[in-house]
Ligand binder design. Structure first.
Ligand code: ATP
Length: 343
């Protein structure tokens, strides 16, 4: 339904979005994830029409919104925008905020629609309150239903949960996800929080320095990162040098199976949770140099010569700092071509 082709944008002669292309399907939640300053918000603003691209094309439901000589103004794009700071109107009540974008409806229909939406996010009881009396999570839900109210074709969410504390962020994220799915809304979420992108989206694009490094559904991207940057940005990863010999690679702490046949010097990526630790037997022996107990799991660092390998175990793993251990991989490692190392 949304198609972005070769979008490019510079500020002050510095390219901040470089030839970005992606598509968002009907009812799909798409996440743009990447570190601060990589160009995510600029892409949202280009889609909303708040910035104009230097080149490239944006189509929504078959209609061109932006190309070189044709730019549809923001108010004619039929796109909703939820900002990080909610941008609610402080002088209006909750229900007046939600009804604000429905001026084309008669008053009774406008109020009924706003009431129905507030009911969906369990905020009916607060409809006559001013928005500054609401908690951060409640304000965020009001902002979301306000942007959904005029039935836009697409909703853009710019770091919508970042000002909430950890617990509220998780519950609000779940509620917003359910709401978007229940109204069959397509959405683009911008976030620098990899866990949020993985849990919230149907498809995600990992960005670095204005470019998309990898696009796909969260699980395959997490399991098979194609670049050094992606494997490190989406969760923790061990990136290891080795010599591949077909379906195996020889590394500093033993042989690992690899997902694609390779030969010669390679980098491989393997997640900390894809190792188990064992007492030394007949393999390569490392020494535990760090044990970080985090409640539901433990992250170890195991030293093999100068290389530190991260291993994540369940909370009850008994090994302690100073003990010698062997590592056994329970998943194949992913080969990252040397030429693709970018971080
Ligand atoms: P964050 O997560 O911190 O919001 P981001 O990935 O969304 O980052 P953008 O806000 O898109 O990144 O900014 C990308 C780059 O473009 C940054 O270096 C930023 O300073 C620059 N930039 C954005 N808007 C403008 C502007 N209007 N004028 C000049 N530079 C800008």
């Amino acid at each position: 339904m949304l198609r972005i082709q070769n979008l490019t944008k510079s500020f002050d002669n510095k390219q901040v979005v470089s030839s970005v292309s992606f598509s968002v399907g009907e009812e799909e939640i798409f996440a743009l994830v990447g570190p601060s300053g990589c160009g995510k918000t600029t892409i949202l603003r280009l889609i909303a029409g708040l910035e104009q691209a230097d080149s490239g094309r944006i189509d929504l439901m078959g209609n061109c919104l932006s190309e070189k000589k044709h730019v549809v103004p923001p108010e004619k794009r039929n796109i909703g925008f939820v900002f990080q700071d909610y941008a609610l109107f402080p002088h209006l009540t909750v229900i007046e905020n939600v009804a604000f974008g429905l001026k084309n409806l008669p008053k009774t229909k406008r109020i009924k629609k706003a009431e129905d939406l507030l009911e969906m996010v369990q905020l009916s009881d607060m409809r006559h309150r001013r928005t500054h009396d609401l908690s951060g999570g409640e304000q965020q839900r009001v902002a979301l239903v306000r942007s959904i109210a005029p039935n836009p074709k697409l909703i853009l969410l710019d770091e919508p949960f970042s000002s909430l504390d950890a617990e509220l962020r998780e519950s609000t994220r779940l509620e917003v996800h359910q709401l978007l799915k229940s109204v069959n809304m397509s959405a683009i979420l911008v976030t620098h929080d990899q866990e949020e992108a993985l849990s919230f989206s149907d498809q995600l694009a990992v960005m670095s320095e204005g470019r998309i490094e990898q696009i796909g559904p969260p699980e395959p991207i997490y399991r098979s990162p194609k670049t050094y940057f992606v494997s490190n940005f989406l969760g923790k990863s061990n990136i290891i040098d080795g010599i591949a010999n077909g379906c195996q690679v020889k590394t500093k702490f033993g042989y690992l199976q690899i997902t694609a046949e390779s030969f010669g010097p390679v980098h491989v990526s393997i997640r900390p949770e894809h190792f188990v630790m064992k007492k030394p037997n007949d393999g390569y022996v490392g020494t535990i140099c760090k044990r970080d107990f985090k409640g539901h799991d433990i992250t170890y660092q195991v030293e093999f010569e100068e290389y530190h390998c991260f291993v994540q175990t369940p909370y009850d793993c008994p090994f302690q700092v100073g003990q010698h251990v062997e590592l056994q991989a329970i998943e194949a490692a992913v080969v990252i071509p040397k030429g693709k190392v970018s971080g």
